[in-house]
Every structure is written in C-alpha cells, then in structure tokens.
Write a protein that binds this ligand. Structure first.
Ligand SMILES: [Zn+2]
Length: 478
C-alpha cells in the first residue's frame, strides 16, 4: 500500500438532516456521543407521556428511549478504549416487518479505512470507530459520525410483530417484550466493528481489499481462511451451517468459559442402529429447564395415530395421546403453534420431556418462546432426524424396552463451536443479507448478544464469561 491512509469509502448514505439534532454524551474510557436525528415529535423526541420503568426515569417515550440509549452507550464506553469520541447518528424509522417478525434495528460503520499507521493488518479495512482508535486521532478527511443506527418505529403495529414493543427499562426485565438496551448494545456492536465489509453473498471483498474479519474467518471443512480464498470459495463457506469458524485467539480462549457443552440426544434400545446409541444434533429451548449434568432418560412416544408422522401438539392431548406419552418423552412435530405451546400441552398430558421434529428441511436450530410454568426439558431435531427417530420407534414397536431417549451434554463438543472448540458464525443456507456471517451462530448456548436475534435471556454484559463480543473486538484490534 502506497499511501499512509487509504481514501475512505462511505458505506451508508449520510444525507441526514442535523437541524433537529440533540446531543447527549456518556463519559467513559471511550466517549460515545448520541446524535439524535429524529424530527420533533417522533422517535427519540416522541412527547407521549411515559411512566418510569425498570430504573428509567424519563417522563416521555422519547426521553426514555434516549436514556436507554445513553445507558447502553455507557456500557460500551466503559468497556472499550479510544482517545477519539465515537459519534452515533441514531433515529427511529420504519424498518422491514411482517405480522410475526420484525427487523428491530440496523447499524453499521459509516466509513472504513485501511493502510494507516497503527493498523495491525496491512491492506485491510477497519470500521471508522476502530480505525480512529488505532490511528490515535481523527482519521477521516471528511469527519462525521462513525456509526449510523436505525430502530424500527413500526414495532408492535398490526403488520409488525403485532403486540410486542421495546421495553425501555434498564434492568433487562422485559418479560414478553423486547429489551431495547440489549438491542442497542447489539446494534452499536455492529457499528463498532462486529461486521465484515466483504460481501458474503458474492464473496467479493470491498474495493478489492479484505476486512479485518476476513483474517479470522475459517471454513472448517476446507481449512482455509477468507483472506486466502477466491470469491466463490468465500460465498460457498457462507452457506455452510456450522462450517465457518472464528479463529481469533481471544474469542477462542474464552469459548470454554462462556459456552456450555453441546446438548445432544442419544437414542438407545431396540430401535437404535448403534449399540452405544444413535447421537442426534439438537437445538435447545429458551424456556423450561436446561439440559444439565443429570441427563433425562425415558422412553420415546410419538404423538399421533401414526408413529411415523408425529402430531403438532398444538391442542390439549386426547386420551389416546395422553396415555401414549405419560411418563415418556413425547415426539411432536414443529408447526401451527409456538414451541412453548406444544411443550406445555405435553407436560399437561404427563410427558417428562419433548422432542420437537422440524416440519421442513433445514439446519438444526434452537426454540424461542417463554412460559415460566414449563418444568420439563425440550429439544429440537431436524426433519430428517425426526423421521429417523420415528422410524426407530416403529422398529422397536413390539419390543417392551421400546426406544429410549437420553437428553445429555457432550463430553467433548461445545455448543455453537466446531470440533476444535472455536465458535462458529451464523451461516444459514440460503444466505440472509444483513444477518449471515456478521453474527455468531444461533446454536451457541448461553445465548450471545451478537446472534442475529435478540434472545429473552440476554443480560447487558458484553464481556466473558458471559458474552464473547468484547473478546472478538480484542481480536480485531480494540
Ligand atoms: Zn445484528
């Protein structure tokens, strides 16, 4: 690289009116300044009266939103170090939604820089805020906010995750609502550097140069790093669920203290193919008891008239199904209703555990939902694995021992990590623009701040042994 400082590229259009900007700042090891871009009367300026909630003393909706933002900025500001203030342009505006899902927020760096004095990796893009920190002073010839952040103003309307809303308390006690502070911490995380600027869909690096992330992204089936791949190889690796690992030493060292051993389902007995039991990959539930060191063991019974097509369990069990699952592990099918509804119906029928089999092809994933009255554990398996388990039930039909399931934790594998115990990234197939690659895998347990969805059990801690976000920031130069 010839120049000391590569010309900046603007990634996000910055034609934003500043006339109505209100500023509030958070004093810490890094100073984070919130630049409120909402017009009077809306978003962060919404004058709707609001009652104090969860330690948030604002008296209007807008005030409470800004107080929550300042709270989140203080958390990042106390965690990171930079001699250059970090300015975040922030606003509420409509983002994409449906009746059952919503983009809560989106954020990213406004500019990227490479080839500057202080850059740990040569010829490599860094986010604006991180480049400023590494450079030690303002790096841009056209300085501005380092981060753009948007939050969904439509959330809770009938066409936008109807009935839900941002919880504005500061105590992570959001109940069935969505924790705004966690959402803010997540979006700020992207803006601070939790993103690659390489296009994961085409594999093309930004302007021909890699991002700092690309030095740490490894295809764990070909054992090649993104920086050493062709565009086609990168794009292929972004479509391998569990196949793209983060190799940074800080994250990897912290993985065993943050993530739990992988939950798995072992199927033993007359229907199993292997005498040691058949092992199935599972997703865990956000509700009910965790699979801990004392594994659950019990006979498996399918909920349906036909054991090879388990029922959806969306309504209270009829007498035949209740008789079938009593003191057993119920095998039910995904679909029609929420995961927690199925598990509660099985529990009410006397089941001791639940296996939810997917009703469509895809990678194994966790189960969202909440119901504090659920006291039995549940695991989710793929559609193909569900069919194999159902087949083992049929095979063992005449055998009094039946087919036995064991909910247990692996002695070698860590949830969300590869066989070498490195965390993996979110790489679903098909590709999800805006989500793929630039998040941790949804199979990580405990849930991580930088997974693509905001999970109900997140705390506001961004450091190990709770969370791996800061460790990744250390890997890339923070
Ligand atoms: Zn995100």
């Amino acid at each position: 690289m010839k120049s000391n400082k590569r010309p900046s590229l603007t990634l996000v259009a910055a034609a934003l009116a500043l006339a109505c900007a209100g500023m509030s700042s958070a004093q810490a090891a890094a100073k984070i300044v919130i630049n409120n871009l909402n017009a009077p009367g809306v978003g962060f300026n919404d004058p709707t009266p609001a009652a104090p909630v969860g330690g948030n003393t604002g008296t209007t909706l807008g005030q409470q939103r800004l107080i929550a933002f300042t709270h989140a900025a203080n958390i990042w500001g106390a965690t990171l170090t930079s001699s250059v203030p970090i300015v975040i342009n922030a606003q509420f505006r409509p983002l994409s939604c449906t009746a059952t899902s919503a983009v809560l927020g989106s954020a990213g760096a406004t500019q990227v820089f490479g080839g500057f004095p202080g850059a740990p990796k040569a010829d490599t893009w860094y986010s604006y805020a991180l480049a400023n920190k590494l450079y030690g002073s303002e790096i841009s010839d056209s300085p501005g906010a380092q981060i753009n952040a948007n939050f969904n103003s439509e959330l809770g309307k009938s066409n936008c995750l109807a009935g839900s809303s941002f919880y504005l308390g500061l105590d992570a006690n959001e109940g069935n609502n969505i924790d705004f502070v966690a959402t803010l911490l997540h979006e700020m995380g992207h803006g601070l550097g939790f993103q690659t600027f390489t296009n994961g869909q085409t594999g093309a690096p930004l302007a021909g140069y890699p991002s700092v992330w690309d030095h740490y992204l490894l295809d764990n089936t070909t054992n090649k790093l993104w920086v050493d791949m062709t565009n086609a190889e990168r794009a292929a690796s972004a479509l391998k669920p569990g196949g793209l690992s983060w190799t940074g030493p800080k994250v990897t060292a912290a993985v065993p203290s943050v993530l739990t051993a992988t939950a798995q389902l072992r199927v033993i007995g007359a229907g199993a193919a292997s005498s040691a039991g058949d092992l199935y990959a599972v997703g865990e539930a956000d509700f009910g008891p965790k699979i801990d060191k004392s594994p659950l063991t019990g006979q498996i019974a399918a909920v349906a008239l036909q054991p090879d097509s388990p029922g959806s369990a969306c309504t209270p069990f009829n007498a035949a199904n209740a008789e079938a699952v009593r003191r057993k592990i119920a095998l039910v099918s995904r679909g029609t209703c929420g995961f927690a509804v199925k598990v509660k119906n099985a529990q009410n029928a006397g089941a001791i555990g639940v296996i939810v089999a997917d009703n469509a092809p895809g990678a194994v994933a966790g189960m969202g939902g909440a119901d504090p009255s659920i006291t039995i554990p549940a695991l989710r398996v793929t559609q193909a694995d569900g069919a194999m388990i159902a087949a083992s039930l049929v095979k063992a039909n005449a055998n009094p021992m039946g087919t036995v399931g064991k909910f247990e934790r692996s002695k070698t594998l860590i949830s969300g990590a590869d066989a070498a115990r490195r965390i993996t990234m979110f790489t679903p197939n098909p590709y999800q623009p805006g989500s793929s690659v630039s998040h941790y895998n949804t199979t990580a347990t405990r849930n991580q701040l930088m997974e693509p969805s905001i999970n109900a059990d997140l705390t506001h801690t961004v450091t190990a042994p709770t969370d791996l976000t800061l460790e990744l920031f250390k890997d890339i130069g923070w």
